[in-house]
Ligand binder design. Structure first.
Ligand code: COA
Length: 161
């Protein structure tokens, strides 16, 4: 898609290989992908916003055309600021659909010309989520293959303290 910038929003607490898979797919389609890290008011976050932005920035530093940013408030207001109308979200399984469908329609109600594009990650990430990574890490399991190296290093550093 020529000259279309997309915003990939999420809490990314922490970023996983599934998120990176979606970002790489989006980077093949759009002229610019803004990964927008935010606070999800329905979740208690393990990492601060700054830490999540830092982990994401290190994880995508080699993917050209990807920028990492953060926002607070409504996603549609952030879209206005970035002059984008396109939201990217990942759909891992049917179970994601209802929540994502509701969010896409609500964002369109809030701002009429907003489009949500759903991308499907590789099937090896179907089972992966940030909360499972947090749980495995806190219970001493091996989560190395589920997250980008900078995220692994950050979590190991915290656990060593
Ligand atoms: N691979 C692996 N995991 C994935 C994934 C993928 N491709 N896609 C989603 N996930 C997981 C995440 O890890 C996360 O798992 P967790 O619940 O275990 O932590 C879960 O699916 C969804 O998280 P995420 O993608 O980070 O999104 P979110 O649900 O936290 O984010 C916002 C939702 C932030 C986009 C939404 O709340 C928002 O827009 N907030 C701004 C305020 C606003 O405008 N509200 C009105 C919205 S209608």
């Amino acid at each position: 898609m020529k000259n279309i910038s997309a915003v990939y929003p999420g809490s990314f607490d922490p970023p996983t290989n599934g998120h990176i898979d979606i970002i790489k797919r989006a980077a093949k389609i759009f002229s610019e992908v803004v990964v927008a890290v935010t606070h999800n008011c329905n979740k208690h976050h393990m990492f601060s916003l700054e830490e999540r932005v830092d982990m994401m920035s290190r994880s995508v530093s080699e993917i050209k055309i990807v920028k990492v940013s953060s926002f607070s408030g409504l996603l549609v207001d952030y879209l206005d600021k970035t002059e984008s109308f396109c939201i990217v979200r990942g759909l891992r399984a049917l179970s994601d659909f209802e929540y994502e469908f509701q969010m896409a329609l609500m964002n369109r109600k809030l701002k009429r010309d907003v489009e949500t594009i759903f991308l499907v990650p590789d099937q090896e990430y179907t089972f992966l989520s940030s909360s499972t990574v947090r749980e495995i890490a806190s219970l001493g399991g091996d989560f190395k293959n589920f997250v980008p190296a900078p995220v692994y290093e950050k979590i190991i550093k915290i656990k060593g303290k």
